[in-house]
Design a protein around this ligand. Sequence first.
Ligand SMILES: C[S@@+](CC[C@H](N)C(=O)[O-])C[C@H]1O[C@@H](n2cnc3c(N)ncnc32)[C@H](O)[C@@H]1O
Length: 304
Amino acid sequence: MTLREILTSAVSRLTAASTPSPRMNAELLLMFTLECDRAYLHAHPERELNAEEQGRYDEALAERVRGVPAQYITGHQEFWGMDLIVTPAVLIPRPETEHVIETVLRLASAGEGPRPASTLALRIVDVGTGSGCIALALAKELPRAEIHATDISPAALEIARVDAARHQLEGRVRFHETDLLQGFESNAFDFVVSNPPYVGESEEDQVQLEVRKFEPRQAVFAGATGLEVIALLIPQARSVLKPGGSLVMEISGTIAEGVRGLLAGWNDVQITNDLQGIPRVISARVAKLDPVSAGRSRRAVRAE
Ligand SMILES: C[S@@+](CC[C@H](N)C(=O)[O-])C[C@H]1O[C@@H](n2cnc3c(N)ncnc32)[C@H](O)[C@@H]1O
């Protein structure tokens, strides 16, 4: 079969299975099978596929028809301009999570006068790192920062380490297998960053079937309401943040006001919407020590 014929038949097969964006999926899986780019597909419509190529394409299509996300078939997803390896051990990084990176970079620059964020020796911890997408994007953008990343899933951390190595960032991010921020000392970080599980089991029916069937459950669901993991994370973040440090988390519209309520007593609580106008990132700051109490606590330390 020629490339044109096989693509036409793949689009019909995916359409019949109600796969979203059938042409895009058919092309993506053919690019994966032939290890080529889209320009090649369009430039060589008469190219014949050999039996081995047809067999591999057929297998990839069968997986997609079964509902397996294309990223788990190809093993790749782009995030913040980086090609990341993904397996069913990790959540597929979403474009909206890039707003978390933008928020951290904006807050890091704010208040630093003319110093660009890239020159700052910040200490940052990414909680629930999954593929490592947030920690690695921040490591790339903030070359002087010390970055830690945690996950409760050893399988996810294995993928994050592979991704760090592929981008020569393995020396920049320290990975920890732990529950949220257990084991970290207090007053240690300028930023706690997280895209935690935040979907409530009560909303399960509204979650895409592909997500429910194929993405790791403990990456998506937090408990009955969706606030359970965040409710544990907020006090732990408060403890590990330095005075003036910030917590930046991905959220959804459903839980935005609930999270705001849990942040009572924090300063500068701000919610940023994503490109669809949905509340997507919440940030909040621990109060800075005022100069009087800062002086008092310095004197107390000297007196010990
Ligand atoms: C929504 S995914 C986010 C993954 C990645 N940071 C991203 O943005 O694509 C949540 C991650 O939190 C991890 N996780 C769930 N509960 C956790 C806990 N109690 N402590 C640490 N990590 C946890 C999951 O294994 C998963 O990798």
